[in-house]
Design a protein around this ligand. Structure first.
Ligand SMILES: [Zn+2]
Length: 211
């Protein structure tokens, strides 16, 4: 767990709680290697990335998640000729998350780039709980939160388009990617996000905070 910065910032009591949630995740979700073996460290990093976004929720389980498939490196997106480092399955692949082992380790190794593929994909799963991957989490954002959130998204996506943002470009792809990208930033470098994007930080802090 020493590679997980988020864990390193927790109190000793919270660390125990985090370890318990990682354990429960691993009891419930199978991690299967595709043309690669799955090490203990692979499992811990994937479970940690799954637990981080929901750690402050009083109760949470990734209902409907059947399996994580771990590939050695980039893999082909089903029914496409494109490659990806991470993907939430749909259709016949519903309930399956695909991850590249290389990207999983890179995500936890470099905590300065605000990139973490495991957190990214699990944010998409959270986003999907209300039926749509659209950058709005129906269950974590109530109606009161929604209008200012959509307003923040528009402003921040425009800043990326104008090239004046410290949020990486992929965040401007669409609202769902915006949510995933800024959430990676939030969980990897909360202090930096707070100083550079205080309004966005406050919005994310209320979504992912204690409920
Ligand atoms: Zn994405």
């Amino acid at each position: 767990m020493d590679k997980v910065d988020f864990y390193g910032r927790l109190t000793s009591q919270e660390k125990e709680e985090f370890e318990r949630k990682v354990h429960v995740f691993l009891l419930n979700v199978r991690i299967r290697g595709i043309q690669t073996d799955v090490s203990h460290e692979d499992k811990i990093l994937i479970a940690a990335g799954a637990v981080i976004p929901v750690f402050r929720f009083s109760s949470w389980n990734y209902a409907g998640l059947k399996e994580v498939q771990l590939y050695p490196d980039k893999f082909q997106i089903p029914e496409s000729d494109q490659m990806a480092h991470g993907l939430v399955g749909w259709g016949a692949m519903e309930g399956i998350v695909m991850l590249s082992k290389k990207a999983v380790h890179h995500g936890f190794h470099d905590n300065t780039d605000n990139k973490n593929v495991v957190i990214h994909e699990f944010i998409h799963i959270l986003d999907k709980q209300d039926g749509k991957i659209d950058g709005v989490m129906g269950n974590a954002m109530n109606d009161v939160d929604l209008m200012p959130w959509l307003h923040i998204i528009n402003i921040k996506m425009n800043e990326i388009d104008f090239g004046t943002s410290t949020i990486r470009d992929y965040g401007a792809a669409n609202r769902a990617e915006f949510l995933a990208v800024v959430s990676e930033f939030f969980f990897e470098n909360p202090e930096r996000l707070k100083s550079e994007h205080p309004g966005l930080y406050n919005a994310l802090d209320s979504f992912y905070g204690e409920k």
